[in-house]
Design a protein around this ligand. Structure first.
Ligand code: GLN
Length: 254
């Protein structure tokens, strides 16, 4: 389904990261190489990035394919950032193709993206939504499984979980209710947390930083594949990959 990418490191022009590479997010929108579900990613796109000295990221999202937005290409050429999260979307059947449903989702310093789907939707919605306070439900950014997953992640972050813990808890909580694929990216601009849970995920360090992406942007030899059912955490100088522990239902729900 969707393809997404996060970067953290020295400032880089958005175009260098997303548009210029032979197999970057732009190319992946019409010719992904490792996508297991769906064919093209033309149901919108989004880019979130941080400006030095400002903890709250900017977001640019559209409901059109990334290749159709020439203005974004122009802005991306001259906009540099030390931390970026971007996605091109292939909407899950039945989910609206709106701009509001294009990742990244955002709140405060956080950017979030989901590559995958919750099976048995909207049935699973009932049980998952029941675990959320009404205010969190009313604040959902879109009528999409990913927006609900983001609300569940925010709930864990608000309860004090760190980024990696929050993602693990949500993968476990949702898996205990419904099947699905739960590849997440989450960043606050200083670190990246990511899950490989049903779809492809790769990472590469250098030059200048670390890239975590659904698939390699180029043919350089540094790309490493993340095994399925793993949590990846990354800062510019350090990448760690470990298996996602299966939590008890009670623990996952907290
Ligand atoms: N289910 C999500 C959506 O419809 C993500 C889709 C995807 O990964 N392709 O937006």
């Amino acid at each position: 389904m969707c393809r997404h990418l996060a970067y953290i490191g020295t400032p880089v022009p958005l175009a260098e990261l997303l548009l210029v590479p032979d197999h970057g997010l732009l190319a992946q929108s019409w010719a992904p190489r490792r996508q297991r579900y769906g064919t093209v990613n033309a149901d919108g796109f989004g880019v979130g990035w941080y400006a030095p000295g400002d903890p709250v990221p900017a977001r640019y999202r559209r409901s059109v394919p990334i290749w159709a937005d020439r203005s974004f290409a122009d802005v991306a050429r001259v906009t540099s950032s030390p931390a970026v999260l971007a996605a091109v979307r292939s909407a899950t059947p039945g989910m609206p193709p709106d701009e509001s449903a294009a990742a990244p989702y955002a709140h405060g310093p956080w950017l979030f993206s989901h590559n995958g789907r919750v099976e048995d939707w909207p049935h699973a919605l009932e049980e998952l939504a029941a675990s959320l306070p009404p205010a969190r439900l009313l604040a959902l950014e879109a009528q999409v499984d990913s927006a609900l997953l983001w609300a569940l992640v925010q709930e864990r972050l608000a309860a004090g979980a760190d980024a990696g813990e929050a993602l693990i808890q949500v993968v476990n909580a949702v898996s205990s209710v419904a099947g699905g694929r739960f590849n997440f990216l989450l960043t606050d601009g200083t670190a990246i947390a990511a899950t490989a849970a049903g779809d492809s995920l790769f990472w590469r360090t250098g030059p200048g930083g670390v890239v975590v992406a659904s698939e390699p942007s180029d043919e350089s030899p540094g790309w490493q594949e993340v095994p399925d059912n793993s949590l990846l955490t990354a800062t510019p100088g350090h990448v760690e990959v470990r298996p996602i522990p299966t939590l008890t239902k009670e623990h996952a729900a907290t």
